[in-house]
Design a protein around this ligand. Structure first.
Ligand code: FES
Ligand code: FES
Length: 181
């Protein structure tokens, strides 16, 4: 499998969970583990660009696929990924334990729906639990991320493509946008 663009051999134990393989064999501890049975979303990574729960997959099931973890979004750490930047600007995190999973889910959501409706935002983060607070700041961060990503996303139609939402393009990201915590 490839992890963050680099080829890695499969673990010798065929029962090794992908989450354990990433954290304990490859040292990619940005992938967090909470419930370990598919409920909390902390362990979300991208498999060929789509969000998956790494605690529900065996590492060998990722053979032949591209896995992206939170470490792969901003290699070297010199510049945040737009979704990370949006969470930072909109205060989309508190304790941060759930944040890598949210960020990976949102990257997958915005790849599928570059200009998501409110319903698509809610659906996109429905599988991630944050125990700290409500989801208002996280929703704002998703909207802000769509704005930040828009110049980087190819627009397939003259009218703005799937789910085009002019409000998204003009949004400033709401309260807190452009500020540091
Ligand atoms: S640790 Fe995988 S969903 Fe909770
Ligand atoms: S910030 Fe999500 S659980 Fe604390």
């Amino acid at each position: 499998m490839k992890v963050n663009g680099f080829a890695h051999p499969a673990p010798s134990d065929p029962r090794r969970l992908l989450s354990d393989h990433l954290r304990h064999d490859l040292g990619l501890t940005g992938t967090h583990v909470g419930c370990e049975h598919g409920v909390c979303g902390c362990c979300t990574v991208l498999l060929d660009g789509a969000p998956v729960r790494s605690c529900l997959m065996l590492a060998v099931q990722a053979e032949g696929h591209d896995v992206t973890t939170i470490e792969g979004l901003a290699p070297g750490g010199s510049q945040l990924h737009p979704v990370q930047q949006a969470f930072h600007e909109c205060h989309g995190l508190q304790c941060g334990f759930c944040t890598p999973g949210f960020v990976m889910s949102v990257v997958g959501l915005l790849a599928q729906h570059p200009h998501p409706t409110e319903e698509q935002v809610d659906e996109g983060i429905a599988g991630n639990l944050c125990r700290c607070t409500g989801y208002a700041s996280i929703r704002r961060a998703v909207t802000r991320a769509a704005v930040l990503l828009a110049p980087l996303t190819p627009d397939p139609s003259p009218l703005g493509g799937e789910g085009a939402n002019p409000a998204d393009r003009s949004s400033s990201g709401g309260e807190g946008a452009g500020t540091s915590p």
